[in-house]
Design a protein around this ligand. Structure first.
Ligand code: NAD
Ligand code: MG
Length: 395
């Protein structure tokens, strides 16, 4: 029996890499459900290649176009539209695995729906976990879901631990520190005064990774590392003192675990998300990911340095949010999503991203959400605050 897979966000960078890995291992996996926001052209092509049973397009007009095209191609695939339908996708009968690859807060509810099905959830959508924290990890336990981290650093840490599943007791037994690595992005060395005028195109041109726009900007501000720090605390049930951020510009070491006896285990590989995707798909087995092994004869230097908090104030903001706890990570995430979008639309400058987040955090009431509805409320009000800060500044 092949494993039935649903990919939430199949047209994105993680989604297309996942389909590439699945195609190489088609004897093991069958694609049952695909979802996207509005890219009906790519979704049509994916329908032709994988013949899923259900596809969801959030955008209604795009959904109508896809329906017509599928009929023309005589493909009998159900098409649903609207964001509610994402839950239907994550809830599709008989699914074994759901890949959570929607970007941002929009991925929270469908990812939780998948968790509540008790299936295997491959988590790329870090924002969902950052927003909802313990509510998310408690649901994983309550519904007996298997959560596997796709984010390359968390996947590396997971591989450097004892091989026990997440949520197991003694997961961090003998661990001195988790060393969360990050490349430092495209602006690690440019003069500080030039940061103000960098463009979205420059911010999205990551030196090592080819990713969606939002996470590319997050890498340039290093908010991505901040979100990953929060993600790591929840995934590995630990606190900020147990995690050091290490800047490693070559993106060959994807993170490390340092043990009390002096051993440091690192996971290495090319900067290609198909490796962690394949690892989570097949775990605890290994499958072909289409990724060439590293050539150590060609690799001259791997370097490591401390993060520069003056250059990357977003890192400090994420740490502050972690220390405050409650809804603070959710507020930072929401403000960041709004600020990044405004930067991509050229409404604010690159250096204003951290300013918007800082002001939003200062002006938001921080509380302890007990339910997912309260998480969504915190998200919505932080978005409104961030937007009003941007509007004041722009107009
Ligand atoms: P992307 O922008 O390339 O793709 C996003 C996908 O989500 C698309 O399929 C899009 O149609 C869908 N989507 C966007 N907005 C939506 C909405 N409102 N409702 C429903 N669907 C929506 O993003 P990506 O780079 O693939 O990243 C996806 C997630 O994985 C992010 O959370 C990111 O942080 C995480 N991640 C990505 C990488 C990477 O290398 N790209 C690495 C680690 C983690
Ligand atoms: Mg990452």
């Amino acid at each position: 029996m092949r494993e039935s897979v649903c990919i939430l966000g199949s047209t994105g960078s993680i989604g297309t890499s996942t389909l590439d890995v699945i195609e190489r291992n088609s004897q093991k996996y069958s694609v049952e459900v695909l979802t996207a926001h509005s890219n009906h052209e790519l979704l049509l092509e994916q329908c032709k290649r994988f013949n899923p049973k259900l596809v969801v397009l959030v955008d209604e007009t795009a959904g109508k176009t896809l329906k017509t095209q599928l009929t023309e191609c005589e493909l009998d695939i159900e098409v649903e539209t609207g964001s509610e339908a994402l839950n239907e996708a994550a809830n599709y009968p008989g699914l074994n695995t759901v890949v959570a690859a929607i970007v941002g807060a929009a991925g929270l509810l469908p990812t939780l729906t998948a968790v509540k099905q008790g299936c295997k959830v491959l988590l790329a959508n870090k924002e969902a976990l950052v927003m909802s924290g313990n509510i998310f990890t408690e649901a994983v336990k309550q519904y007996g879901a298997t959560l596997l981290p796709v984010d390359s650093e968390h996947n590396a840490i997971f591989q450097c631990l004892h091989g026990a599943g997440l949520g197991q007791e003694n997961l961090l037994q003998g661990v001195h520190k988790i060393l969360l690595t990050g490349s430092g992005g495209p602006f690690r060395t440019i003069p500080l005064q030039d940061l103000q005028t960098v463009t979205p195109e420059q911010a999205c041109a990551h030196p090592n990774w080819d990713m969606g726009k939002k996470i590319s900007v997050d890498s340039a501000t290093m908010m991505n590392k901040g979100l990953e720090l929060i993600e790591a605390c929840f995934l590995f049930e630990t606190d900020i003192n147990k995690i050091d951020i290490v800047v490693h510009p070559q993106s060959i070491v994807h993170s490390m675990v340092s043990y009390h006896d002096g051993s440091v285990l690192a996971q290495m590989g090319r900067p290609d998300m198909r490796t962690p995707i394949a690892h989570t798909l097949a775990w605890p087995e290994r499958i072909d990911a289409g990724v060439e092994p590293l050539d150590f004869y060609q690799m001259s230097n791997l370097t490591f340095e401390a993060p520069d908090y003056e250059r990357f104030p977003c890192l400090k903001l994420a740490q502050q949010a972690l220390n405050r706890g409650g809804s603070a990570p959710c507020v930072v995430n929401a403000a960041n999503e709004v600020a990044v979008e405004a930067f991509l639309k050229r409404e604010i400058q690159f250096t204003q991203i951290s300013e918007v987040i800082e002001l939003t955090l200062k002006s938001s009431e921080i509380f302890s959400p007990q339910t997912i509805e309260q998480v969504l409320q915190a998200d919505q009000s932080a978005r409104a605050v961030a937007q009003s800060i941007i509007n004041k500044d722009v107009h």
